[in-house]
Design a protein around this ligand. Structure first.
Ligand SMILES: Nc1nc2c(c(=O)[nH]1)N[C@@H](CN(C=O)c1ccc(C(=O)N[C@@H](CCC(=O)O)C(=O)O)cc1)CN2
Ligand code: MG
Length: 338
């Protein structure tokens, strides 16, 4: 982000807002209102934002190949058989290839040891054709995720989870930012324009989402409250939020009275549940039907935050490749915390 707190040109364009401007209310799907005087809740179409970001990345990849003979390469590592992780990894590989990047995948058995995984990461660190390395989480028990994410070279750490990139984000220095919170921020900026002065409540304190999300919102000059499942009366805190980001993995945690009327709600949770018809469907951490008519804007599940995670992964990989040959960073530095 630039000194005025905005993302660079690509991110702004992809997320649909002109640099420095507050976007006009735009047309989009409106849900509700279920009752008179209720708010017409706007659904934030993450799929559409992600498509635009992915298109922009694909165009930049073509330019990078034509002008510099460089094809960005992403290595994805999956250990063991977790059905959800297998879906995400397949999707990452397909999107990487569709963006014109080189995709390398390592699908390892659940019996893989931490030492074997660290050895693979070391080889990928040394491979000049690989610009981004991603180890899919969660890892099987017995492998320390911190040790593995931290073994990835900081310049190839496209998940932004290693100590160096976490430190850079905290200090407001340029670095690679975790994909899901980066995607949430792009959605928020595109929908709301400046976030300065807004009260953001982040429910969830994971290294993957909650903590980096809070840091990003602080850099936007939000007042940030971080709550989690052990926070007493978390609903009353949430109800003070102009921006409510929920990333707990507790399906349906957020009820209607947790939402300040008109607030923007970003639902990061994804849980697969069985339906009465014997099928399955995905639900978020927010009781979606209760949020309609109450929230000003909300990300649906599916089709909200999830697609932005993969689009931001492509964006981070492109950035890592450009930086590897000394091209200027098109993502301006984060604002430094005072
Ligand atoms: N190393 C990482 N591991 C994990 C990450 C991550 O960012 N890095 N995030 C999640 C899983 N994830 C990507 O890995 C991910 C989750 C969800 C989606 C997504 O597009 N969801 C869709 C629905 C997909 C479906 O039908 O199942 C949506 O919400 O619309 C993409 C990526 C944990 N692990
Ligand atoms: Mg999630």
């Amino acid at each position: 982000m630039s000194p005025d707190g905005r993302f660079g040109e690509l991110s702004d364009a992809a997320a649909g807002s002109a640099p420095g401007s507050t976007p006009e209310p735009r047309e989009g799907p409106l849900a509700g209102p279920p009752a008179e005087n209720a708010i017409a809740t706007r659904l934030i179409d993450g799929k559409s934002y992600a498509r635009r970001l992915t298109d922009a990345v694909r165009a930049d990849v073509t330019r990078l190949k034509n002008e510099h003979g460089l094809q960005p390469g992403l290595a994805v590592v999956l250990v063991g058989h977790n059905p959800a992780s297998e879906v995400y990894v397949r999707s990452k590989i397909a999107h990487t290839e569709a963006a014109g990047m080189r995709s390398v995948s390592h699908l390892l058995p659940g019996s893989t040891t931490e030492a074997e995984l660290l050895d693979l990461v070391g080889r990928l660190n040394a491979d000049p054709a690989i610009h981004g390395i991603l180890v899919q989480l969660p890892l099987p028990t017995g492998i320390d995720p911190m040790a593995v994410t931290d073994a990835i070279h900081p310049d190839k750490d496209v998940d932004g989870l290693g100590q160096v990139n976490v430190g850079r984000l905290t200090l407001g220095l340029r670095g690679l930012v975790p994909c899901t919170p980066l995607g949430c921020l792009m959605l928020l900026r595109a929908e709301l324009g400046t976030l300065r002065g807004l009260h953001a409540v982040v429910v969830g304190k994971s290294n993957l989402v909650g903590r980096p999300m809070a840091q990003l919102l602080l850099h936007e000059d939000c007042t940030v409250t971080v709550a989690h499942l052990h926070t007493p009366d978390v609903g009353a805190l949430a109800a003070q939020a102009d921006i409510l980001v929920v990333a707990t993995g507790q399906k349906g945690l957020v009820r209607r009275d947790w939402i300040k009327p008109g607030a923007t709600v970003i639902d990061v949770g994804i849980t697969r549940v069985a339906t009465a018809e014997g099928r399955t469907r995905l639900v978020g951490d927010v009781q979606f039907d209760e949020a309609l008519g109450r929230a000003g804007r909300i990300t649906p599940v599916p089709g909200g935050v999830g697609p932005m995670t993969i689009a931001c992964l492509l964006r981070n990989t492109l950035r890592a490749a450009r930086l590897s040959i000394g091209l200027p960073d098109d993502e301006p530095a984060l604002r430094r915390a005072d």
